[in-house]
Design a protein around this ligand. Structure first.
Ligand code: ZN
Length: 212
């Protein structure tokens, strides 16, 4: 689902190049008209009349909303040489995100805490949020979202360690079914030293708000 197009290194000195990796989707644009027709059919199947004045624009709105929720904007992953030799955890806490549960097409929303132990390079901080958004705008389950963010960063940052914690409220659980309003599901994925080194792992999980 991802195409990455490395760009030539840019920067004023060879020792300090900024590297940019363009991240774009291979998936085509959603067919909004077909989606709108399908929503109109769904309304009929649910015993509603899509010709009703109040619903007249609903199929188009729903199609547009889902197209937006399933299409992440392209972004550039920028990394810089770790000239200062910073060797402590970098953690972006509380990155808000929204995604769609692949089982019910209902939203789940929450926050991601994304951290890494820099190796030779560091990343622009806003990029961690971009990566979360990149994988969240899809039909998802929380476990896979967590693993995808961790694996992608592990692969592209060449960090010594990567950690991702996601806490989310699933509307398919809070609005229907067991109606477990207020319950949050927590998932985490660790790579490299954050997985293998007990002290680094403790530190990350404590900073991310988990105690063990
Ligand atoms: Zn669900």
């Amino acid at each position: 689902m991802t195409t990455t197009q490395p760009e030539p290194p840019t920067g004023t000195e060879p020792t300090a190049p900024v590297r940019r990796l363009r991240v774009v989707h291979e998936r085509g644009e959603p067919d909004r008209e077909a989606a709108a027709r399908a929503v109109a059919d769904l309304l009929v199947a649910l015993g509603r009349n899509p010709a009703d004045g109040h619903l007249a624009d609903t199929p188009r709105r729903v199609a547009d909303a889902y197209a937006e929720l399933l299409t992440p904007p392209p972004f550039d992953l920028t990394t810089f040489p770790n000239d200062e030799g910073y060797d402590q955890l970098v953690l972006a806490r509380g990155i808000p995100f929204g995604s769609l549960c692949q089982h019910h097409l209902l939203p789940f929303r929450g926050v991601a805490h994304v951290g890494y132990l820099p190796g030779a390079r560091v990343s622009g901080l806003s990029k961690l949020a971009r990566v979360v958004e990149w994988f969240a705008r899809d039909l998802q389950v929380q476990e896979r979202l967590t693993v995808q963010v961790a694996d992608w960063l592990d692969q592209h940052l060449a960090a010594d360690g990567v950690g991702v914690v996601i806490e989310a409220d699933h509307q398919c659980m809070s609005l229907r079914g067991v109606r477990a309003a207020g319950s949050r599901t927590v998932t985490w994925a660790l790579r490299g030293l954050l997985r293998d080194d007990a002290r680094s792992r403790q530190e990350f999980l404590a900073l991310a708000g988990l105690t063990s």
